[in-house]
Design a protein around this ligand. Structure first.
Ligand SMILES: [Zn+2]
Ligand SMILES: [Zn+2]
Length: 274
């Protein structure tokens, strides 16, 4: 019965949200200014800022925003020396720009789910650009420990994965669980310590786990800084038999010295929501 009711309820909620978005004035998901009814989720200024960041070229493997000249085939020079993950490629919307940061924090700390729907539109465009949609079997959110879930208004990676899955018609599978609570990565600046902090934190989900042998999956999270969390999750997904693993994140943090702001934009298609 639950299997039948869940999609019906989701459809009704979407219809309700669509009607409210079209008829009531609301605020910009990034800067909070009031928008006219039916004008979308972000103001033109914030949408333009995100579009500019989205259009900057990046390394298809690690997702860092870099000049085209420093990307060789499907990787950058740093990818050649850092063989730290099982992930075949990272799709990202942008670096951690102020507008993106504000939307991500609104989702993470205030549980603003419409932020997830706005971000999912960008992320869907990023995945489409990579050509990953054909043959992608599932989206796997980075899991949150129950203790942190208790402290936060929502499980933000899961909410984002579900908004993306709904948009792309790809199923979301909670393939991995967080077996051990660890301090937040936010306060840790050393790369080695960030890897150490999450080492062994993840394990296969205990129940209702479909067979993923030979499948292609995409890990979904808000942010990659060093890649430590995605690396640990990818180890479990690989252990469960996935053949190809991608990662999709809203923001890929720039490394110190990356010439992000001066890059010439690409000619990708930008989502029209503004
Ligand atoms: Zn705005
Ligand atoms: Zn790279």
């Amino acid at each position: 019965m639950t299997r039948v009711l869940t999609p019906i309820l989701a459809t009704l909620c979407n219809l309700g949200r669509g009607v409210l978005d079209a008829t009531l004035p609301q605020t910009c998901v990034a800067c909070g200014i009031w928008l006219p009814a039916g004008s979308g989720l972000a103001c033109p200024g914030c949408h333009t800022e995100i579009a500019a960041a989205f259009l900057r070229p990046g390394c298809p493997r690690c997702g860092r925003t870099l000049p085209r000249a420093s990307i060789h085939e499907d990787h950058c020079a740093r990818c050649r020396t850092e063989q730290f993950w099982n992930v075949a490629g990272v799709a990202r919307v942008s670096t951690y720009e102020p507008a993106i940061r504000s939307i991500v924090l609104g989702l993470k700390y205030r549980g603003q789910e419409r932020n997830a729907h706005y971000l999912a539109e960008w992320l869907a465009a990023a995945l489409q650009d990579r050509g990953w949609l054909d043959g992608l079997d599932a989206l796997v959110p980075v899991p949150m420990h129950w203790l942190r879930r208790w402290q936060r208004p929502c499980d933000h990676a899961r909410v984002l994965a579900e908004a993306l899955g709904q948009r792309l018609k790809i199923r979301v599978v909670r393939l991995v669980r967080r077996a051990r609570h660890s301090p937040s990565q936010t306060g840790i600046s050393s790369k080695a310590q960030r890897f150490e902090n999450v080492r062994g934190c993840f394990a296969p989900a205990r129940w209702r786990r479909p067979d993923f042998a030979g499948k292609t999956v995409c890990i979904v999270d808000n942010l990659i800084t060093t890649g430590a969390t995605v690396h640990e999750v990818s180890k479990v997904v690989r252990q469960l038999g996935a053949r190809r693993i991608y990662a999709a994140v809203i923001a890929r943090a720039a490394a110190p010295g990356d010439p992000v702001a001066s890059l010439v934009p690409t000619d990708l298609e930008v989502p029209s929501t503004s």
